[in-house]
Structure formats: structure tokens, C-alpha cells
Design a protein around this ligand. Structure first.
Ligand code: ADP
Length: 477
């Protein structure tokens, strides 16, 4: 089977968010898991941030992509990463931009439509005809729409199946409609899409993909509802027979408390007590009161309304007399950054707001904090809860999307791995923290939660098997 995997970013070439993790890990995991050889090739834009010397990137070919006003030359480069073939596409719309994602959606629309069309054209230039085209989010959805338009005329695409993976539905590609038309991709005016979505890249991809996959099974159901459907829920209900969810994984080699060099002390399920050393070191580093018995709660997150950060101050005010400490590591919306600094001022020695991106500190928090708070309003999958559980840091999360699929709510059975609550409200968050603090005071119950989380398989291999099964099913159809 030949699979073309198209994404806007991929680790280690360039990573901005969770999509970079997925595109950097999943194609390799699919290749590893396949029983019959799968020729999977990754294709990303040759962003300014990608260091060509570091990845020994070589020129491969070039060809023109036509727009209504111009003929634009696509330059294709090639590289390898652990045996995986990678193509990088450059050309005027890509090389003229310094950022992976521009603040101006219309510039991004032009860049990513060009990239999507060049990715398709490359398969023709190479006479390498994919059985599966796996695109991700709005940036590469135009490839699926364009293929659908071309199928009738182009023999080589007759048997290609398309899969659109949704990592974050609300990013529809608003502002990119004009760019799509510049490249000859018309609005779908007689389609079941709502009128306002008929020229947007993600809805057009959702309209034309053979299958849609979300990054967790619960999110696949949630997007069919008004609360989570970004105005597309009625249209998505029409397509519900072709929507499924496959959980993301994490890189369990990189995220491993047994080998993590950022930690004061490494540990495993057999040496969990060593976490106390990390906790005390972390309290010192953060200038919190050093007390190994005081439950240390944490958040590591983009400071964005999606993540429910605004619920935190009120929730802590409600349980101020309980013995918690709290650290938040994150950057984002200035008002939320300010609110977190204010919270620190309210609780000196108990709250620390680290307003920055710090990869090593995030590791020390996962390896030293007792619990992580994730009160998200929506969460297509979420990686933090999986990383935290791998490090024995117990999640307290809203039961939505991938959080619901990866965390088993506390009860006295031998399955629970964290604490879940239903609504993103300060009351329910405060209540879930209080529940967790009661369990924390019983060290046997607490270490049971930690060990079950650490023993859960969050590797990419599990997801890769499900993607392979889906590819096979679609190709056989
Ligand atoms: P999203 O992709 O929606 O931001 P995820 O939970 O899927 O949320 O992934 C977030 C990732 O980014 C996690 O690996 C988390 O550790 C990391 N992260 C978020 N904020 C920071 C930060 N300020 N410093 C270091 N790592 C961060």
C-alpha cells in the first residue's frame, strides 16, 4: 500500500503544536506496525524554520502550479528520517513567509492551498500513485477537495482513497476561501454545507473526504453536537457513517521517567518514592514552601479559553483553606497571563505562575507534581494527561474528548487513573480537586492511581494498528 501523509508541520523538522507530534511519530509507527510493507511518505512545507544542513535535505524536482493570475514554481526537496521518505515543498507562497502559521489567515490560505496542490502534483511527477491520501486539519484539506475534483479526469487518482484527520475542528481556515478560488478550487454552492462554509478549506475537505477521523473516539461523537460542532454539526451528522475516532499516542521513549535527563531523580513503577526528591527540588526551584506532604497541583498549557484556565482562580478561592500548592507553566492570551500572575500574588509561597515556554521545566513538573489540572472546554485528544500519567502525575480533568477516553474516573475499583468532572465550571473543578485531595491523604490509594496510570499503554503503536486497519478497509472498499 502506498500512503501520502500530508501535514503543515512535523517533528523533528518543525513543531509548533500537537499536529507536529502526530506527523512526526505516526507515519513511522505505521511503518513499524505494518505486517505487509506500507510505503508511507511524509510531505510538509519547507518552512523557513527548517534547517537544511541538519537534515541533509537534497533538491529533487520542480514543476509549475497554475493560479488564475500566475504560474508558480514548486521546488521539491527530499530527506529521510529513520528510514521514512520525506518531501519538503518550497515555492514563492512558502519561501516568502517566515512563520509556520501567519496571523493573517488569507496569507496562510494562499500558502497552504499552493502546498496542498503541489503535494498532489508531486505524486504525478514521480509517477507514484498513492492508494491513501491522509491529510490533516484545514491546511491540507484542499488536497482532498482538489483530488475529488480531479478524479473524473485523472486516471491515476481513480483508486486513491482520502482520509481527513481532525485535530482541532474550530480552525476551519476562515479567510482562505479567496486563495482556494485563485487556484481554481471553487466554492461548493450546491452542497449540504451551510452557506457560510461553502468556500472554506476544512469544510470542503470534510465534504469530499472518503473518511474523517478525529483524534479521539469521544471527540468523534461530540462534533455532531451544537456545543462542539463549530456550526457544522448538522452537516457532520449527515456524514456520521464516515466519521470515526482514533486516539493519539505519545512518544514513550522521549517521555520516560526512567531516563529523563531533566529530572533530579529518574524513577520507575518500582521506585515511585523517588518522586518525592523531585517534588522537593521542584518546590525549591519554584520558591514554594518546601513540604513533601503538601499536595502540589500543576498545569502545563497554552493559556487559552479552550483550556479552562479562567476557571482556576475562582476554583482555588473556593478551596483556599485546603492544603494545596499550585504551579502553572504556560503562555498565551495576555489577560490570562495577567490573571495567573495575580493568583500568584494572592497566594505567596503557595502558587507559582511561570509565564513562558520551558520544555525542561515541563518535564520536572510532570516528574515532581502530584496532580495535573486539565479543565478544558473541549479537547480533541490532549497529550498532557497521557504524559502526566506516564510520569505518575495524576490527572484531574473535565470529561470531554480524549480526556474522557484516556482517564478512568476515581472509584474504589482497580481501574481508575484520575479524576473526571462533567461541566467546565469553577464549582465542579473545585469539587474534583477536593475529591482528589481526600484520596491523596491515603498514600496507598494514591499510589494505586499513579501506578495504574504509569502502566497504561499510550504508545503510538496502538494508534498505528488502528490507522492501518482503517486504511485497509478504505482501500478494499
Ligand atoms: P494542545 O496541543 O491543545 O496545546 P496538548 O495537551 O495536546 O494541547 O499538548 C500540549 C503539549 O505542549 C504538551 O506536550 C505540553 O507539555 C506542552 N506545553 C504546553 N505549554 C507548555 C509550556 N509553557 N512549556 C512547555 N511545554 C508546554
Amino acid at each position: 500500500m502506498k500512503v501520502l501523509f500530508i501535514a503543515a508541520e512535523a517533528d523533528p523538522f518543525v513543531k509548533i503544536g500537537g499536529l507536529g507530534d502526530v506527523a512526526g511519530s505516526l507515519p513511522l509507527a505505521i511503518q513499524r506496525q505494518a505486517e505487509v510493507e506500507v510505503d508511507i511518505r511524509l510531505i510538509i512545507p519547507f518552512h523557513d524554520a527548517i534547517k537544511s544542513d541538519f537534515f541533509s535535505i537534497q533538491p529533487l524536482t520542480s514543476f509549475a502550479i497554475e493560479s488564475t493570475s500566475d504560474s508558480l514554481q514548486a521546488e521539491v526537496y527530499t530527506s529521510q528520517i529513520n528510514g521514512l521518505s520525506v518531501y519538503l515543498i518550497s515555492g514563492p507562497p512558502i519561501s516568502s513567509e517566515t512563520q509556520v502559521y501567519a496571523p493573517d489567515a488569507s496569507l496562510d490560505g494562499f500558502k497552504y492551498t499552493f502546498f496542498s496542490l503541489a503535494a498532489l502534483q508531486l505524486t504525478r511527477e514521480l509517477e507514484w500513485h498513492p492508494d491513501m491520501i491522509h491529510a490533516n486539519d484545514w491546511h491540507t484539506a484542499p488536497a482532498i477537495y482538489a483530488l475529488n475534483q480531479a478524479r473524473a479526469q485523472l486516471q491515476e487518482f481513480q483508486n486513491s482513497k482520502t482520509l481527513l484527520a481532525l485535530h482541532n475542528l474550530p480552525y476551519l481556515g476562515v479567510g482562505a476561501g479567496a486563495a482556494m478560488q485563485t487556484f481554481g478550487l471553487p466554492a461548493a454552492i450546491d452542497s449540504p454545507l451551510p452557506w457560510w462554509a461553502q468556500d472554506l478549506p476544512l469544510p470542503l475537505g470534510l465534504l469530499s473526504a472518503d473518511h474523517i477521523v478525529t483524534v479521539s473516539p469521544t471527540y468523534a461523537r461530540e462534533i455532531l453536537t451544537p456545543e462542539f460542532g463549530s456550526g457544522l454539526h448538522e452537516f457532520l451528522q449527515l456524514r456520521s457513517g464516515s466519521i470515526s475516532g482514533i486516539l493519539n499516542g505519545i512518544d514513550t521513549e522521549s517521555w520516560n521517567p526512567a531516563t529523563d535527563a531533566a529530572l533530579e531523580t529518574t524513577y520507575t513503577v518500582d521506585s515511585l518514592a523517588a518522586r518525592q526528591t523531585n517534588k522537593v527540588a521542584l518546590q525549591k526551584e519554584l520558591e514554594l514552601k518546601v513540604d513533601s506532604k503538601s499536595p502540589l497541583l500543576a498545569m502545563i498549557t497554552r493559556l487559552d479559553p479552550q483550556k479552562g484556565v479562567d476557571l482556576i482562580p475562582q476554583a482555588f478561592a473556593q478551596i483556599a483553606n485546603q492544603p494545596w500548592q499550585f504551579v502553572i507553566l504556560g503562555t498565551g492570551v495576555p489577560e490570562l497571563e495577567q490573571e495567573m500572575r495575580w493568583l500568584q500574588a494572592q497566594f505567596p509561597g503557595r502558587v507559582k505562575a511561570e509565564i513562558r515556554y520551558d520544555f525542561d521545566l515541563s518535564r520536572r513538573i510532570y516528574g515532581g507534581a502530584d496532580a495535573i489540572l486539565i479543565p478544558s472546554r473541549y479537547e480533541p485528544c490532549g497529550l498532557t494527561q497521557m504524559i502526566a500519567m506516564r510520569y505518575g502525575c495524576v490527572p484531574i480533568a473535565r470529561a470531554t474528548g480524549g480526556l474522557k477516553d484516556t482517564i478512568v474516573d476515581y472509584d474504589l475499583s482497580n481501574a481508575s487513573t484520575g479524576f473526571l468532572f462533567d461541566q467546565p465550571s469553577t464549582e465542579e473543578l473545585a469539587d474534583a480537586i477536593s475529591r482528589a485531595l481526600v484520596v491523596y491523604s491515603n498514600s496507598d490509594f494514591w499510589s494505586g492511581l499513579q501506578l495504574r496510570g504509569m502502566n497504561t499503554d499510550f504508545s503510538w503503536d496502538r494508534s498505528a494498528k488502528q490507522y492501518l486497519a482503517l486504511y485497509n478497509r478504505l482501500v478494499d472498499q
